[in-house]
Write a protein that binds this ligand. Sequence first.
Ligand SMILES: Nc1ncnc2c1ncn2[C@@H]1O[C@H](COP(=O)(O)OP(=O)(O)OP(=O)(O)O)[C@@H](O)[C@H]1O
Ligand SMILES: O=P(O)(O)OC[C@H]1O[C@](O)(CO)[C@@H](O)[C@@H]1O
Length: 319
Amino acid sequence: MRKIGVLTAGGDAPGMNAAIRAVVRFGIYNNINIVGVKNGFRGLVEGDSVEMNLSSVADIIHRGGTVLGSARSKEFIGEDGFQKALKNIKYLGIDGLVTIGGDGTLKGALALGRSGIPVIGIPGTIDNDLPYTQYTLGFFTSLTTVLEAVEKIRDTSSSHGRTNVIEVMGRNCGDIALYAGLAGGAEMVIIPEVENNIDEVCDKIMQGRARGKKHSIVLLAEGAGNAKDISEQIEKITGITTRYSVLGYTQRGGTPSAYDRLIGSQMGAKAVELLCCEKFNKVLGVKGNEIFHMDIEEALSMKRAFDRKTYELTKILSI
Ligand SMILES: Nc1ncnc2c1ncn2[C@@H]1O[C@H](COP(=O)(O)OP(=O)(O)OP(=O)(O)O)[C@@H](O)[C@H]1O
Ligand SMILES: O=P(O)(O)OC[C@H]1O[C@](O)(CO)[C@@H](O)[C@@H]1O
């Protein structure tokens, strides 16, 4: 490996900068040139890149977002764009590529791998929706941000004796809502993995009231419904004033947590190591305290196992 490229695609996620930094520094330490591809796969299609040196990644480990920029590139998926990307990879002299992003990014990496480009994927998305890995880069930072919001909203919920519905991101995955629900002591979580039973949610709120609870927090995953509709339904059934907040992009930015910096750094270095020992077309993941790798194709074929235990526990602990 003489030259490795690195790109970030899809939604940005805190911890991506730590991973970029590790690819660059670990690569240079091993006498490999590193090129940063700008704005995800769009940068490959357009040949937009920058040679990276030790200073290119100085002062970024603690920053959210991605210094390389990100994009959702439709052009790359089309045949013309894809061929342009392959041409630019050759032109830039890239021998191997590290992609950082979610499931779409992994599909892009797999397509390149099948065309003979050695690739390694790093899972970077706040959604935690990749079935093969316990955690993705950005998830824990996002959770922390959600918890800060939950705590602030809980204050006003208690003061006014209201119900507050908080809508969080996650696309079709309920993990942000579920884990923030458990860690934030929410009364109920509404997630796509479990059929929404509004009567059960309302019963829970009323039970809480009956034993003197002042606040009621409902965490809603974006994939399970709309905060305005759910709030209106709750207010209608319970008769309790119900407000809603949509946390939106606050969840995707901000200072990466210690955990996201750690796994970002470990994965960045591991990606370079795998390319150097000719282990190609792999994706990295987390299991317990370990970083592991597996074939991208196999990882993409896996189905998500729903964490029902955590869901049940969240319900039990909020009685
Ligand atoms: N089937 C595919 N084949 C080739 N490339 C793909 C495919 N799907 C997605 N991509 C490329 O990967 C990019 C990132 O994918 P996508 O926009 O779905 O985000 P993601 O990686 O899933 O991240 P997030 O989970 O944060 O949304 C796309 O913009 C596209 O360029
Ligand atoms: O950046 P965009 O295209 O608005 O995408 C938003 C989506 O991206 C994510 O932030 C990350 O996948 C999702 O949680 C959300 O639904």
